[in-house]
Design a protein around this ligand. Structure first.
Ligand code: ZN
Length: 446
C-alpha cells in the first residue's frame, strides 16, 4: 500500500470534506481510506509518504486539448481565432505521426508536471499519408502514464465548401467516419478503470458539414462513446452560423443531435440565456478554457451560469498553440479570475474552481463514478502539491494557496496508484530527451 500522511486533504467529495492533517491510503489502483490524522493499516511492507507542508487533491482533469499543437507554439501571437487558424492550417498540413508523437509526449509531460492525471485530446488534422496519428497519441499517453480520452476529430468542409480550412486538410465524409469508427474499434476501452477511451469529435460547425455532424453523433451513440466538438467560441462563428443556417451555434448543435449528457463542448463562450438553460437541462458539458479564450480575445465564458443551470463544467488547457504554457494548474487561477471579472467577487469561490478542475472535468468525461474526488473505492489518481516554500508562506488555507497562488510543484502524482511525478520530476520518461525531440519535430514541421 501507499500511505500519504501528515498532509492537508481536499477530497472534493459531495460534502466538500477537507482535513487539515490527514491521510490517504492506496492499495493497488484504488483509494482504500481517506481521513483525519494518521492512517490505520495492517502491518506490511508499505510505502509511507510524509505529506507535511503539502495538500492532496484529486488529480486534475483536462477536458480539452490539441496535443499536436505543442509543435506549433508561439505563432500568430496577436491574431483572432480565424486569423490564427488560417495562419496555422498550412503548417498543420505537414503533420505526421512522428511529429504528433513528439508533440503529444511533450504536452503530456507538461500536464503531468502540473498535476493533471486525465487528458482529453481533440485531434482533428489528418493529412494524407501522415501515418497512424491516433496510435501515436495512444503510445504517448501510455509512455507518460496518464489517462487519455482521445477524441477522433474530423473536418470535411474545406474552403471550396465555404469552410475555413484549406481543401487539402479535410477528409471526405466517408473517410472521416471510417477513421473514427476504426479508432473506436481499435482503442476504446469501456472498462471502469480504462486508461484509453475514444470519443467522436467533428471539429466545429465552420469546418464540418451538417451531414458529418449528424452522422458522427449517430456513430457515437451506436458505439456507446461520448461526443465532443468546439462550439460558440467566437462572435465570428456566431455571425457565420446566423448567416448560413439562420440560428445560433447552440441552436444548430441541438438541431443536429449535439446536446445531451453524453456530449461535452469546448468553449461555449457566446451563449444566450436560453442556451445556457438548454445545456443545463440536457446535462451537456462545457470545457472551459480561460487562458486560451484570453489569448485569442474570444470573450469570457459564462462558467458560473452554466454550473447554476446544472451543466457539468470542467477546465481545459486547449491547444498549446493558443496556450503556450500548456499547464492545467494555472487554469484553476484563470477560471476564478475570469468568473469574477464577469460576475463580480462572489461569482466563483476557490473551492468551486478546484471542483471544476477535478469533479467537473470527470463529469464532462463521464468518469464521475471513478475519478474526480478522493473517496474509498475510487481510482487512485491524485496530486500532492508542495505548499511550504516562500511562495505560500503565511497562507493558512491550502486550497486558497493552490488556486490563488503560483502553481505549486507537484511532490507526487499517482495515476491508478502508479507514480508519474515525484519530487517535482517526471518519473516515467526523460524530460530533456522529450524536449530535444519536440525541438526537432517543431523545426521539421516549420
Ligand atoms: Zn480547441
Amino acid at each position: 500500500m501507499i500511505i500519504i500522511e501528515n498532509a492537508a486533504i481536499a477530497t472534493v467529495d459531495p460534502d466538500g470534506t477537507e482535513h487539515r492533517n490527514g491521510h490517504v491510503v492506496v492499495d493497488g489502483e484504488r483509494i482504500v481510506a481517506v481521513g483525519a490524522g494518521p492512517a490505520s493499516v495492517p502491518p506490511g511492507e508499505h510505502t509511507r509518504i510524509d505529506g507535511t507542508g503539502c495538500l492532496v487533491t484529486p488529480g486534475l482533469v483536462n477536458t480539452h486539448h490539441h496535443l499536436y499543437q505543442w509543435a506549433t507554439r508561439g505563432l500568430a501571437a496577436d491574431s483572432t481565432l480565424f486569423e490564427w487558424l488560417v495562419e496555422l492550417y498550412p503548417i498543420w498540413g505537414r503533420l505526421d505521426a512522428e511529429i504528433t508523437h513528439a508533440a503529444a509526449t511533450a504536452g503530456l509531460a507538461r500536464l503531468a508536471l502540473t498535476g493533471c492525471t486525465t487528458v482529453a485530446d481533440h485531434h482533428y488534422v489528418f493529412p494524407r499519408d501522415a501515418g497512424d496519428q491516433i496510435e501515436a497519441l495512444v503510445t504517448a499517453v501510455t509512455t507518460i502514464g496518464v489517462r487519455g480520452h482521445l477524441v477522433r476529430g474530423s473536418m470535411d468542409r474545406g474552403e471550396s465548401d465555404g469552410g475555413l480550412p484549406p481543401d487539402n486538410l479535410v477528409e471526405t465524409l466517408d473517410a472521416a467516419l471510417l477513421g473514427t469508427e476504426q479508432a473506436i474499434d481499435t482503442h476504446h476501452d469501456p472498462a471502469p478503470n480504462a486508461r484509453i477511451r475514444i470519443a467522436v469529435g467533428p471539429c466545429s460547425p465552420f469546418s464540418v458539414s451538417e451531414q458529418l455532424m449528424k452522422e458522427a453523433a449517430e456513430l457515437a451513440r451506436r458505439k456507446g462513446v461520448r461526443l465532443h466538438t468546439h462550439l460558440a467560441e467566437t462572435l465570428d462563428e456566431e455571425r457565420q452560423c446566423l448567416a448560413e443556417v439562420g440560428c445560433t451555434p447552440a441552436e444548430y448543435a441541438e438541431a443536429l443531435g449535439w446536446l445531451g449528457d453524453d456530449v461535452w463542448l469546448a468553449h461555449t463562450v457566446h451563449l444566450a440565456p436560453g442556451a445556457i438553460a438548454r445545456l443545463g437541462v440536457t446535462g451537456t458539458g462545457s470545457a472551459h478554457c480561460p487562458t486560451s479564450n484570453g489569448r485569442l480575445g474570444t470573450g469570457i465564458a459564462p462558467a458560473r451560469d452554466l454550473i447554476d443551470a446544472g451543466a457539468p463544467v470542467g477546465l481545459g488547457v486547449d491547444g498549446a498553440a493558443s496556450n503556450e504554457s500548456g499547464g492545467l494548474g494555472e487554469e484553476l487561477h484563470q477560471a476564478l479570475l475570469q468568473a469574477r471579472q464577469r460576475g463580480g467577487p462572489q461569482a466563483l469561490t476557490v473551492r468551486q474552481a478546484l471542483w471544476m478542475g477535478t469533479m467537473g472535468g470527470a463529469r464532462c468525461l463521464g468518469r464521475q463514478d471513478e475519478l474526480g474526488s478522493l473517496e474509498p473505492g475510487k481510482l487512485a489518481d491524485l496530486a500532492l502539491w508542495r505548499l511550504d516554500g516562500l511562495r505560500y508562506a503565511g497562507i493558512t488555507d491550502p486550497v486558497a494557496a493552490l488556486v490563488l497562488g503560483a502553481v505549486p510543484d507537484v511532490e507526487l502524482m499517482l495515476v491508478g496508484g502508479e507514480t508519474v511525478v515525484a519530487g517535482g520530476e517526471l518519473r516515467t520518461a526523460d524530460e530533456a530527451a522529450i524536449a530535444a525531440q519536440l525541438r526537432a519535430a517543431s523545426g521539421r514541421l516549420r
